[in-house]
Design a protein around this ligand. Structure first.
Ligand SMILES: *[C@@H]1O[C@H](CO)[C@@H](O)[C@H](O)[C@H]1NC(C)=O
Ligand SMILES: *[C@@H]1O[C@H](CO)[C@@H](O)[C@H](O)[C@H]1NC(C)=O
Ligand SMILES: *[C@@H]1O[C@H](CO)[C@@H](O)[C@H](O)[C@H]1NC(C)=O
Ligand SMILES: *[C@@H]1O[C@H](CO)[C@@H](O)[C@H](O)[C@H]1NC(C)=O
Ligand SMILES: *[C@@H]1O[C@H](CO)[C@@H](O)[C@H](O)[C@H]1NC(C)=O
Length: 639
């Protein structure tokens, strides 16, 4: 035999600490028992192995559908990232996305690198390609024997990682050999069993409680070959309903009335109806929370690679567990995040400059509109022509010696018609004894009758206009905004219009193009001058979340658009498949059923909003003109 090969084989024999068949059989038998006990009511289970370790021989038969994925370590570790600017993905993802999207909620993973697999799951549940959104259960099995110290430091690092905050149902198994004294489980009580020379210890992370303690390993149970679990502990206890002071991170804006996050008298204050539901939830599930707020980033955006900014971006990057502040059900975010059930509504609308008064000279033409004026002008021309023709024909047919000068050419006929238009009978010498004259008299009488109607209509219109001031036509909905090409904007971000930009309706796209995102100074100045419109949000209870530049003074020149341009349900954002979603939904539903959101909205409005500003917006449509008086009887009686 070649000596070098001998050396390699010898090295392998020394360093591979692979388990023998007894241990492997025991691991799979235990997995079978755990799956039968705890996963039997799930739709399916996913089994992932790195090597062929006999799972198919010892794990099956089992009465649950199982996806068996064989994923060698070299394949996963050496894969290159596809498309660097998209969400992180590798060619082997497809193998795991299949069971994920089939709805498997339990994963039995035999791996030599638990940390890597945990990160892979966190990424795969986050990608837009993962459709199923649920909290999952995990059972991690060892692949080979690892030194005590190395194993402990790996587990410590794993349990301190951020991923553990959204994977409460995780059980790690390790094999303890009775023969080697260094292999005593540090966290398990000593269970010596004469009939077998190894046992399998199961543990999890504490999860509940404040930070350093929540990362501690917690001993669950020991599995002994031929006997099974010693203590019959529940391996997947409910860790959410009492979190014992675990800290969740909340992200919001300072945007009363839904969320108030501001410093009052030197202390940070959190309030608003969305914070209040979190307070109730925190009380019920016994957790603490930390509020974060990036006021300049507003609602933000999630990039295709899963990172982002603002509320949605920070929830997507797992920097916050829960995000809120009137977030809508937007598909753009739904691909990367999970939504709670909806609990309240809000409307987006616009505050626009008041319609201006029409100039005084326009009163003369105001009684008729453009088409009517055209019709009157056209009819005068037409009637002049008819008169001229009628005169020519009667001259020919009746052959009388009429020869009136006033009908002798078209110009005179036109002059005659204009006279009739202003209610003046033409003063020709129309002699009733002459046949031709008589016919013309008939015709002219009919024309006088026709223009009498027109003149009366004009006079009636004028009387009406002199009584009421005239304005430009007002903008009451988004179509009219598009028709009048009115500019509008905000100093926050494009959340106000991003769904209009992709609309199929060209008018909506036009409105979106007219939207301006300006600096605080610029928009503030525009509001003072009332030169454009401003996007505002109205809550379901009727209160407005007003930006700083909309207040009583600026509202003097502005008015609220009558119809909102969108109205939507609002939700909380959490991580995709977050374990907190279920309990959050329960608390939202309770508060909604009790009508608390309306109550809390009013409370926040009273405490944090300026009522004069609110009132100036609400009444902006019904303001009186300073120089008009109501019509009284003495105005129309002759004294
Ligand atoms: C898991 O199985 C154990 C033993 O039968 C049982 O006590 C426990 O309630 C189960 N847990 C779940 C979450 O099904
Ligand atoms: C375990 O004990 C059995 C006999 O009880 C023995 O055959 C086997 O070699 C032992 N295995 C180890 C790894 O010590
Ligand atoms: C809630 O958590 C605290 C620790 O933050 C703990 O002292 C208290 O006992 C818990 N309450 C309940 C009802 O378990
Ligand atoms: C802030 O301090 C002032 C003066 O000390 C006090 O009048 C006011 O009530 C305080 N406001 C709040 C919200 O505590
Ligand atoms: C994600 O994409 C954005 C914009 O395309 C880019 O600015 C950012 O650096 C990317 N982040 C990472 C981690 O690749």
């Amino acid at each position: 035999m070649n000596p070098s090969i001998t050396i390699v084989v010898a090295m392998l024999a020394t360093f591979c600490r692979c388990f023998n068949n007894d241990v492997l059989r025991a691991l799979w038998k235990m997995s079978n028992e755990v799956a039968t006990e705890n996963f039997s009511d799930l739709k399916c289970v996913c089994l992932i192995t790195e090597r062929a370790t006999g799972a198919e021989n010892y794990m099956f038969p089992i009465e649950i559908p199982v996806y068996y994925v064989h994923l060698p370590l070299q394949v996963t570790k050496n894969a290159v990232r596809l498309s660097p600017d998209q969400f992180e993905e590798y060619s082997w993802d497809i193998l795991l996305l299949e069971p994920i999207n089939a709805g498997c909620l339990a994963y039995i993973v035999q791996t030599s690198d638990i940390g890597f697999m945990v990160k892979a799951f966190a990424r795969l549940f986050h990608t837009p390609k993962a459709i199923n959104r649920n909290n999952r259960k995990y059972l991690y099995l060892p692949e080979k024997h690892i030194q005590e110290q190395e194993f402990n430091s790996n587990i410590k690092r794993l349990f301190e990682s951020r991923e553990m905050d959204f994977m409460p149902d995780l059980v790690v198994a390790r094999v303890i050999f009775n023969s080697s004294p260094s292999d005593v489980g540090i966290i398990s009580p000593l269970i010596s069993d004469v009939s077998s020379n190894f046992t399998i210890e199961l543990f999890t992370h504490r999860f509940i409680g404040p930070k350093p303690q929540s990362s501690e390993p917690v001993y669950l149970d020991t599995w002994i070959p031929e006997k099974g679990l010693v203590r019959k502990t529940n391996l997947y206890p409910d860790k959410i309903s009492n979190m014992m002071g675990k800290q969740l991170t909340l992200i919001s804006l300072n945007y009363p009335p839904p969320a108030v996050a501001r410093v009052v008298n030197g202390t940070q204050v959190y309030d608003g109806y969305e914070y209040r539901v979190v307070f109730e939830w925190a009380k019920r599930n016994n957790f603490t929370w930390k509020g974060i707020c990036y006021p300049d980033e507003w609602w933000g955006e999630i990039y295709e690679n899963g990172t982002g900014w603002g509320i949605t971006g920070h929830v997507s990057m797992d920097e916050a567990d829960v995000g809120f502040t009137v977030l809508y059900l937007w598909y753009r975010d739904f691909r990367f995040l999970d939504f709670s059930s909806n609990y309240h509504m809000s409307e987006l609308t616009t505050i626009l400059p008041k319609p201006k008064r029409l100039p005084e000279w326009s009163i003369i033409i105001a009684p008729f509109n453009y088409e009517m004026w055209l019709a009157v002008g056209g009819s005068v021309l037409l009637c002049s022509t008819l008169l001229y023709l009628a005169y020519k024909i009667s001259l020919k047919l009746l052959g009388d010696d009429i020869n009136l000068k006033m009908f002798s050419n078209w110009g005179w006929c036109f002059l005659c018609m204009t006279q009739i238009l202003v209610e003046q009978a033409p003063d020709g010498n129309l002699n009733s004894n002459k046949k031709g004259h008589s016919a013309m008299r008939h015709l002219i009488t009919w024309f006088i009758l026709l223009y009498y109607l027109v003149t009366t209509a004009y006079a009636g219109g004028l009387a009406c206009i002199l009584t009421l001031p005239r304005y430009e036509s007002p903008i009451d909905n988004i179509e009219q905004m598009a028709d009048q090409n009115s500019k509008w904007g905000t100093s926050s971000d494009d959340c106000w219009i991003y769904f209009l930009k992709d609309s199929h309706n060209p008018k909506m796209r036009k409105v979106a193009r007219n939207f301006i995102i300006g600096s605080d100074e610029f928009i503030g100045e525009m509001a003072e001058k009332a030169e454009m419109g401003f996007a505002v949000e109205k809550m379901m209870g009727g209160y407005f979340a007003l930006p700083f530049y909309i207040h009583e003074r600026t509202m003097k020149k502005l008015r609220l658009m009558k119809e909102p341009y969108t109205a939507q349900h609002t939700v909380f954002h959490v991580r995709k498949g977050s374990p907190y979603k279920k309990s959050l939904n329960v608390n939202l539903q309770r508060a909604r059923d009790a009508g608390l959101f309306h109550f809390w909205e009013g409370l926040a409005a009273r405490n944090y909003l300026n009522f004069r500003d609110q009132l100036s917006v609400i009444t902006s449509n019904a303001q009186e003109e300073p120089d008009t008086t109501p019509l009284h009887v003495q105005h129309i009686t002759v004294s």
